[in-house]
Design a protein around this ligand. Structure first.
Ligand code: UD1
Ligand code: UDP
Length: 379
C-alpha cells in the first residue's frame, strides 16, 4: 500500500458480515493511494467464519489480529476496546472505518471517539426499532458518534435525519456488500455446488443465527418443529452458524431426512448455493440483501427488518414461525422469477468507490492536522 500520504485509515473488522463490506472499500482506497491498515478483532475466528473470506475476497492479511474470541457482550466488547486503545495509542490513525452493527463496530467506535479520532461508519442508519437486538444498540451508538456516515438505502437517510444527525455528515453511497456480490457473480456456480453436495434440482437454503431464534431452548424447539414442516415440502440445506448448533441439535433439528445441516460455507460456495435455491429462509441481514439482488425469494424469520428496501425493492418477506410453512407452500406453487426484478437504488457495484471518494476528500481536508485532527466535520 502507498505510504506517501502520512494520514492513515484503519479499518476495524471482526465478524463474518464485516468482510464482504470491507473488501470493496479497502480496494477502492488502495486505488486512491491511501495509506491503510486492517485490524481483525478476532470476534469470529473459525476458518469458515473468517479466513476463507480473506482468501476469497482478496482482502489483505490483517495487520493486527486482537484474537479476542467469544464471550459475553461486555467481555467481548471490553476486550476489543482494550486491544484497540493499545493499538491506536501506539500508532494513531487519522480515521477509523467501521462496518455494520457487530460488537467490533461498537467497540472501535467508542475507543476511537474517546481518543479524538474520527470514525466513518459503513452501513449507517439502518434501524429495526427493536432494542432487544444487540445490533440495534450498536447501530444507534455508532451512528451517534461517527463523523462520516455511509448509507446503503434511502430509509437510512430518513432515520439519521430524524435522530438529528447533520446531513453533511451523511453520504448515500449504495451497498458495498453488493459490490462484492456483483464482483464475484461469475463465480457463483449453482450446478457445481449442487453436484458437490448431491442436491436435488429443487432445494431451499436456510440460515439461522439470531439470538431470538436459536438461543432459548423453548424457542429453538418451536423453530425446529416448523423447519421440519418446511422440510416435508422441500429439501432444506442449512449451512449452520456455530451459535445455534448445540441448541438446535438438542431440539432434534438434524433428525429429519429432508434437512441437510452442513458447516458454514465459504463466500463463493454459499452464494452459489443461494443462487440455485428455490427459496431462502433466513434471519441474516446480509442474506436478505443478497437474495434481493440474485432474485431468489427470501422469507425472513423475524418480526421486523432494518432492511425494508429488500421488501419494497426486493424478494424479501417477513414471516413468523406460525406462517412459515404456509408461506413456503404458497411460494412453491408459483414460478421463481428469472429476470426483471427491481434492485434498490445505487446497489450497482460502485459503493466502495463512492465511499473512497468521500474519504479521500475528508483526508484532503484534514491530512494537514494529520493524526491530531480531532473531530473535524465532514467536507
Ligand atoms: C455476531 C453479530 C451479529 C451477526 C453475526 C454474523 C454481535 C453482537 N453479533 O453474532 O450481529 O449477525 O455475528 O455471523 O456482534 N462462534 C464460533 N466460532 C466463531 C465465532 C463464533 O464457534 O468463529 C460461536 C461461539 O460459541 C460464540 C457464538 O458463536 O459464543 C456467538 O458468536 P458472537 O460473535 O458472540 O455472536 P454471533 O452470534 O456470531
Ligand atoms: N455467508 C457465507 N457462508 C455462510 C453463511 C453466510 O459466506 O455459510 C456470508 C453471506 O454473504 C452473508 C454474510 O456471510 O451475507 C454475513 O452473514 P451472517 O448471516 O453471518 O451475518 P448478518 O448479515 O446477519 O450480520
Amino acid at each position: 500500500m502507498n505510504t506517501d500520504i502520512p494520514f492513515q485509515v484503519v479499518h476495524v473488522t471482526g465478524a463474518r458480515p464485516n468482510f464482504p463490506k470491507a473488501a470493496p472499500v479497502v480496494r477502492a482506497l488502495d486505488g486512491c493511494g491511501v495509506r491503510q491498515r486492517l485490524v481483525h478483532t478476532g470476534q469470529h475466528y473459525d476458518e469458515r467464519m473468517s479466513d476463507v473470506f480473506f482468501r476469497q475476497l482478496g482482502l489483505p492479511e490483517p495487520d493486527e489480529n486482537l484474537a479476542v474470541g467469544s464471550g459475553s457482550h461486555a467481555s467481548q466488547t471490553g476486550e476489543i476496546m482494550v486491544g484497540l486503545e493499545r493499538l491506536f495509542g501506539a500508532s494513531r490513525p487519522g480515521l477509523v472505518v467501521v462496518y455494520g452493527d457487530v460488537n467490533s463496530t461498537l467497540a472501535a467506535t467508542l475507543v476511537a471517539t474517546k481518543l479524538g479520532i474520527p470514525v466513518a461508519h459503513v452501513e449507517a442508519g439502518l434501524r429495526s426499532f427493536n432494542r432487544s437486538m444487540p445490533e440495534e444498540i450498536n447501530r444507534l451508538v455508532t451512528d451517534r458518534l461517527a463523523e462520516l456516515l455511509f448509507a446503503t438505502s434511502p430509509d437510512a437517510l430518513v432515520h439519521l435525519g430524524n435522530e438529528g444527525i447533520a446531513a453533511e455528515k451523511v453520504h448515500f453511497v449504495g451497498n458495498p456488500m453488493i459490490d462484492t456480490l456483483l464482483a464475484n457473480l461469475h463465480l457463483f456456480d449453482a450446478s457445481a455446488i449442487g453436484r458437490q453436495l448431491t442436491l436435488p434440482q429443487r432445494y431451499a437454503v436456510a440460515t439461522l443465527h439470531r439470538p431470538a431464534n436459536v438461543d432459548d431452548p423453548a424457542d429453538a424447539a418451536e423453530l425446529v418443529k416448523v423447519m421440519h414442516g418446511v422440510a416435508d415440502q422441500i429439501q432444506l440445506v442449512v449451512p449452520l452458524h456455530p451459535r445455534g448448533r448445540e441448541t438446535l441439535a438438542n431440539a432434534g433439528f438434524f433428525r429429519h431426512p429432508g434437512i441437510r445441516v452442513i458447516d458454514p460455507l465459504g463466500y463463493i460456495e454459499f452464494l452459489s448455493l443461494v443462487r440455485g435455491a428455490r427459496a431462502v429462509i433466513t434471519d441474516s441481514g446480509g442474506v436478505q440483501e443478497e437474495t434481493t439482488v440474485l432474485g431468489v425469494p427470501c422469507l425472513t424469520l423475524r418480526s421486523e427488518t432494518e432492511r425494508p428496501v429488500t421488501i419494497s425493492h426486493g424478494t424479501n418477506r417477513l414471516v413468523t414461525r406460525e406462517d412459515l410453512v404456509e408461506s413456503v407452500v404458497r411460494l412453491l406453487s408459483t414460478e421463481r422469477p428469472t429476470a426483471g426484478w427491481p434492485v434498490p437504488p445505487l446497489w450497482d457495484g460502485h459503493a466502495g468507490e463512492r465511499i473512497a471518494e468521500v474519504i479521500a476528500r475528508f483526508i484532503g481536508a484534514h491530512a494537514e492536522g494529520g493524526a491530531s485532527a480531532g473531530h473535524p466535520s465532514a467536507s
